[in-house]
Write a protein that binds this ligand. Structure first.
Ligand code: AMP
Length: 218
């Protein structure tokens, strides 16, 4: 299965992507995670990406496309993959399509997660993640057992720089302007499935499993 998760920041794509990757035994490729890893390692790419990320802007297409193509070319992605947070611009989507066509491959599904702006802001503001194992929590809806500490590995939880209030608004504007055109882009080729991101993690999970099981309408 080759699938893309599309939708605004904070809508729950990452949480559901972990579940789907496990369930369908396909690798999850999150450009946000890959970029954050490069930033924390201080690589050349990370140094280039850091400023854009902290301002809530998109990292240049050429950087992200190079990063994702390198991963897609690896043996573990040959039987399928889940892209979380990529593509985010029409240029990225066009390039992905050219890349897959050159390999004789197709996308099976694009899942578009939607949610009200108020709920998106609530989810992003309360999001905390483990600086070591990257597990994600929410101060109200998915709190850790011990405040500030990761249940899974005992490391401290942190708030992402770009989850701070001053950056949320610009990320949502960037999404609206640069990424939301992809909804119609994929609708036009009949691979878009729309998913209500409201409610609990298991509730969204159930809707997602049902959507992925439905055959595509040609
Ligand atoms: P995310 O974890 O998906 O919310 O991504 C965090 C940040 O990484 C974004 O706000 C962008 O700065 C950068 N980023 C992630 N994916 C992409 C992408 N496909 N294109 C450009 N920038 C990206």
């Amino acid at each position: 299965m080759r699938v893309i998760f599309l939708g605004p920041p904070g809508v729950g794509k990452g949480t559901q992507a972990d579940f789907v990757a496990q369930q369908y035994k396909i690798p999850k490729l999150s450009t946000g995670d890959l970029l954050r890893e490069s930033v924390s390692k201080g690589t050349t790419l990370g140094k280039e990406a850091k400023g854009y990320m902290n301002r809530g802007e998109l990292v240049p297409d050429s950087v992200v496309i190079g990063l994702i193509e390198e991963k897609l070319g690896s043996p573990e992605c040959q039987k399928g993959f889940l892209l979380d947070g990529f593509p985010r611009t029409v240029t990225q989507a066009d390039q992905l399509s050219r890349y897959l066509t050159s390999r004789g491959e197709n996308l099976d599904r694009v899942v578009y997660f939607y949610l009200s702006k108020d709920e998106i802001v609530r989810r992003i503001s309360g999001r905390r993640s483990c600086q070591d194992c990257k597990a994600v929590y929410h101060l109200e809806s998915v709190p850790p057992k011990v405040k500030g500490i990761c249940d899974a590995c005992g490391e401290s939880l942190i708030q992402r720089n770009d989850d701070k209030p001053e950056t949320i608004e610009s990320r949502l504007t960037v999404y609206q302007e640069q990424t939301s055109p992809l909804i119609n882009y994929y609708k036009a080729i009949n691979i878009l499935g729309e998913l209500d991101g409201a409610g609990s993690v298991p509730a969204v999970q159930d809707r997602l499993v049902a959507l992925l099981a439905k055959p595509r309408v040609e």
